[in-house]
Design a protein around this ligand. Structure first.
Ligand code: DSN
Length: 418
C-alpha cells in the first residue's frame, strides 16, 4: 500500500491501525472472519473500474470480455461447491440477496413466516423497521421455552394457522443444527415457498459440517464473508424455474452495475472452499465451538440450549449479574471482541441484553484449536465477574497478547513499512 501511504497518509494510518487491531485482538464475533490475502488482492484489483450492467454475454457496456469470464468462473465454482441449479453472484450483500428473493415471488402484504429476531432471526427476516417488516405481513416462530431449540411441531401449527406464502429458515444467533427437510415438509403442507438464509453456516454447509438446505429450498441466500471467508457480499442460489425471476429482480430490479472486483474475490473464495484445508478448518471451527462451550460451562456459565452444534454459542450472563452490554465493554478492554446478544425470552432490551454471542470462525482461521479455546474460556471466567479489577483486566490482556502472537494474522502485511 505504498501508493496509498504517499497519497493519503491519514487513511493509510487508519488501515494500518485496523490491521494491528485485528492482529492483536481475539476475534470472537460469530459473523466475522479473516479473508485470505488472495481474496483481498482480487478485491483491490482494477476490476473495480469496470461497469458491467447485465449478465455474462448480455451486457449494456462494451469491454466486458474478461469481466464475463470472471463472472462465469464465479458462477461455475459456486454451482460446484453448493450443488445448486442456478446461482446469481451479483448481490452486493446478504440483505440485497434476501430482498431480491422476496421481491421475485411475493406481492406486498403477503404473509411470511420467519424466525423471531429475539430468538436469533435476522433484520431482513421481518424487523419492523426493515423493508421485510414494512413490505410483508410477518408472522414469527420462536424456540421452545424449555429446550431453547426449534420446535418443528409448533412451527407447523403456526404455519397451518397463518398459511404463509413463504417460510424463512436460517438464523444469526441459533447454535443448533437446523432441519431443512422438516422445514420443506412444513412448507409443502401449507403450499409455501421455502427460503433459507444460510449466511452464518455457509462454510459449514460446503464442508459437510452442517446439512445442506440446497435440495430442499426453492431459494437459498448467503453472505460470502462469514464462515465462507470471502469478501463482504452476498449470493443467491435457486431452483432453475426461478432463475429468470431472480436474475431480473437483482438487475435491473434492485441493483445497477455489479461490483466486479468483489465478484472476482468471491470466485477466489469459492476456489479455496474446494480445498481439504477449508474443509478441515470448518470441522475444526465446530470442534472449537464445542470446546469453548464445554469449558465455559465448567466455569458455571449457562450456555443457551445447553451447547452448540455449529460455529457459535450464546452465553446467558444472568447468573454472573452482568448484562451483555457490560460484558462486551469489559472484554473490549482486554482485547477480546464479542457482541452483546439477546437470549431467547430475554427480559432486557436489544441494546442491553442478557447475553453475548461467541463464534469460533475467526480464531480457527488463525489456526487456534481446543487448547486455545480453554485459555479463552479461562480469560472470560476472570473478566466476566461483577467488580473485575484493573489488574485482572491487564493480566488477561497479557494472556491474549501471548495467544495472538502465536498465531499471526497477515504476517506479510504487518512486515511492510509503517
Ligand atoms: N449482522 C450479522 C451478524 O452479526 O450475524 C448478520 O448479517
Amino acid at each position: 500500500m505504498q501508493n496509498l501511504k504517499k497519497q493519503d497518509p491519514i487513511l493509510f494510518k487508519l488501515i494500518r491501525k485496523e490491521l494491528e487491531r485485528e492482529n492483536a485482538n481475539l476475534e470472537l464475533i460469530a459473523s466475522e472472519n479473516f479473508a485470505p490475502s488472495s481474496v483481498l488482492e482480487a478485491q483491490g484489483s482494477c476490476l473495480t473500474n469496470k461497469y458491467a450492467e447485465g449478465y455474462p454475454g448480455r451486457r449494456w457496456y462494451g469491454g466486458c470480455e474478461y469481466i464475463d469470464e470472471v463472472e462465469n468462473l464465479a458462477i461455475q465454482r459456486a454451482k460446484k461447491i453448493f450443488g445448486a441449479e442456478h446461482i446469481n453472484v451479483q448481490p452486493h450483500s446478504g440483505s440485497t440477496a434476501n430482498m431480491a428473493v422476496y421481491l421475485s415471488v411475493l406481492e406486498f402484504g403477503d404473509t411470511v413466516l420467519a424466525l423471531d429476531l429475539a430468538c436469533g432471526g435476522h433484520l431482513t427476516h421481518g424487523h419492523v423497521h426493515n423493508f421485510s417488516g414494512r413490505f410483508y405481513n410477518i408472522v414469527t416462530y420462536g424456540v421452545d421455552r424449555r429446550t431453547e431449540m426449534l420446535d418443528y411441531d409448533a412451527i407447523e401449527e403456526i404455519a397451518k394457522c397463518c398459511r404463509p406464502k413463504m417460510i424463512v429458515a436460517g438464523a444469526c444467533a441459533y447454535p443448533r443444527i437446523i432441519d431443512f427437510k422438516k422445514f420443506r415438509q412444513i412448507a409443502d403442507k401449507v403450499g409455501a415457498y421455502l427460503f433459507v438464509d444460510m449466511a452464518h453456516i455457509c462454510g459449514l454447509v460446503i464442508a459437510g459440517a452442517h446439512p445442506t438446505p440446497v435440495p430442499y429450498a426453492e431459494f437459498v441466500t448467503t453472505t460470502t464473508h462469514k464462515t465462507l471467508r470471502g469478501p463482504r457480499s452476498g449470493i443467491i442460489l435457486c431452483k432453475k424455474e426461478f432463475s429468470d425471476k431472480i436474475d431480473k429482480t437483482v438487475f435491473p430490479g434492485i441493483q445497477g452495475g455489479p461490483l466486479m472486483h468483489i465478484i472476482a474475490a468471491k470466485a477466489v473464495a469459492f476456489k479455496l472452499a474446494m480445498s481439504q484445508k477449508f474443509k478441515a478448518d470448518q470441522f475444526q471451527t465446530v470442534k472449537n465451538a464445542l470446546a469453548l462451550a464445554a469449558s465455559l460451562a465448567s466455569y458455571g456459565f449457562r450456555i443457551v440450549s445447553g451447547g452448540t452444534d455449529t460455529h457459535l454459542l450464546l452465553v446467558d450472563l444472568t447468573n454472573r449479574r452482568l448484562t451483555g452490554r457490560d460484558a462486551s465493554e469489559i472484554l473490549d478492554k482486554a482485547k477480546i471482541t464479542v457482541n452483546k446478544n439477546l437470549i431467547p425470552f430475554d427480559r432486557l432490551s436489544p441494546s442491553v441484553t442478557s447475553g453475548i454471542r461467541l463464534g469460533t470462525p475467526a480464531v480457527t482461521s488463525r489456526g487456534m484449536k481446543e487448547r486455545e479455546m480453554k485459555k479463552i474460556a479461562q480469560a472470560l471466567d476472570i473478566l466476566l465477574r461483577l467488580g473485575v479489577s484493573n489488574n485482572e483486566i491487564i493480566s488477561v490482556r497479557d494472556l491474549v497478547s501471548a495467544v495472538t502472537k502465536q498465531f499471526p494474522l497477515y504476517p506479510e502485511l504487518l512486515k511492510c513499512k509503517k
